[in-house]
Design a protein around this ligand. Sequence first.
Ligand code: AMP
Length: 130
Amino acid sequence: MRRTLEARAGRRPKAIMSKSIFEKIIAREIPADIVFEDDSVLAFRDVNPKAPTHVLIVPKKPIPRLSEAGPEDEALLGHLLFQARAVAAKLGLNKSGYRLVINNGRDGGETVPHLHCHILGGRGLGWPPG
Ligand code: AMP
């Protein structure tokens, strides 16, 4: 039954799915410059920063992207946003301002299939994004 549902959804069975790079960071299998952690989220500096301050905050639960979060993830998503705000404040961005970005899917520019919120600041950011 499980295989049939996964096949219909065009997904590989979980058993043969490899860990995303962010899961490896969460598991401390690869290094990252971690700025905040609690039981359910981890925040670390982006390896290829697009602004003077560029931090990613991710849920430890491996939700591939926002569009695949379920109703059971509602509190976790609220917590992610709440802690993104706290991390931005901790990094000194409150006065100058900052932007939170979630890229979802191909047209959204998502490159890592593990839900993450970008925290960007330290310079004026253009709008609309290019
Ligand atoms: P997105 O394009 O929204 O999926 O964002 C993925 C982000 O992850 C990009 O900004 C990358 O620079 C960043 N990234 C990829 N690998 C790492 C890594 N090992 N450590 C920190 N950031 C990473």
